[in-house]
Write a protein that binds this ligand. Structure first.
Ligand code: AMP
Length: 287
């Protein structure tokens, strides 16, 4: 099996990147929390196209989990992750400890104001503050020229885009389409929490997005009516509990009343212990 070079120390990581930059190499970072699946690997493959040195980080970031959330139980399998990344010929794994990233006395956080507020932000207070903070830290540690993120976490992508724009961070943000199971369920590390019956029930997210799409294709423009159809579709599945379904501007994430152009439909539902998110851009392409 191919070996995978591995760094967990910040100074060593910075020195590695400085060396690569001095050699004129373009560094690409794919940040993850581990327990890798094909969605992550699609980002890795896209990242490979975007530069000469591919770094994947694995860091389950405590700052983006509330005390009541699943940080302690978040699935982990570092050995398997290393094997998958070695097979993809990743150049380096960066997997720091929580103490390395947040040493005693740590007190600086990044707040991206408006795009962090609705959708997941409204239900997970502090979540995007944790995300923006760790991503900016990873950018300062890995010093990439480009970083790759999945459209599955749509709001996260907009938060990161806004942060890099507002803070003049010189990193190209690359977005990758959502990778799905053959039956349409968006791949997620949290799918691991689903029992077989719940796994079937989870397909209601996909069918709700499909319903909305069909309405828009059929000429419906009223966000309220599209949302109602989504809510109804989820409520037909007794094992699912809707957290939110919302139509928003795809860049600013402000509410939309009429679907006149590309519009984000973002959806979150609990199925058993799994909090599942999915989204689709209706009536066109996203930003
Ligand atoms: P995570 O490990 O869940 O923090 O995800 C790391 C990166 O992988 C994020 O940019 C996610 O948006 C992306 N990602 C997760 N699941 C998928 C998927 N099914 N398709 C595409 N990208 C994904």
């Amino acid at each position: 099996m191919a070996a995978l070079p591995n760094i967990s120390n910040i100074r060593e990581m910075q020195a590695w990147s400085d060396h690569a930059r001095r050699e004129g190499k373009r560094i690409v970072l794919v940040p993850t929390m581990g327990f890798l699946h094909e969605g992550h690997l699609s980002l890795v493959r896209q990242g490979r196209q975007k530069g000469d040195r591919l770094v994947v980080s694995i860091f389950a970031n405590p700052a983006q989990f509330a005390p009541t959330e699943d940080f302690d139980n978040y699935p982990r399998d570092l050995e398997r992750d290393i094997r998958l990344l070695a097979e993809e010929r990743v150049d380096l794994l960066f997997n720091p400890t929580a103490e390395e990233i947040y040493p005693a006395g740590y007190q600086t956080y990044v707040d991206v104001d408006q795009v962090s507020q609705p959708l997941c932000g409204a239900h997970r207070p502090g979540h995007f503050r944790g995300v923006a903070t760790v991503v900016l830290k990873l950018f300062n540690i890995v010093r990439p020229h480009a970083a790759v993120f999945g459209l599955k976490d749509y709001q996260q992508l907009q938060v990161i885009r806004r942060m890099t724009e507002d803070l003049n961070v010189d990193v190209e943000i690359v977005a990758c389409p959502t990778v799905r199971e053959p039956d349409g369920l968006a791949m997620s590390s949290r799918n691991r929490y689903l029992t077989p019956v719940e796994r079937d029930a989870a397909l209601c997210l996909q069918s709700a997005l499909g319903k909305a799409e069909a309405l828009v294709v059929g000429g419906e423009t009223a966000a309220q009516r599209i949302r109602e159809a989504v809510v109804e579709e989820i409520s037909r599945q007794p094992l699912a509990r809707l957290e939110y379904a919302d139509l928003r501007d795809p860049r600013e994430l402000c509410p939309v009343e009429e679907v006149k152009g590309p519009t984000l439909l973002a959806l979150c539902a609990w199925v058993g212990k799994a909090r599942l998110i999915d989204n689709r851009i209706l009536a066109g392409e996203g930003p």
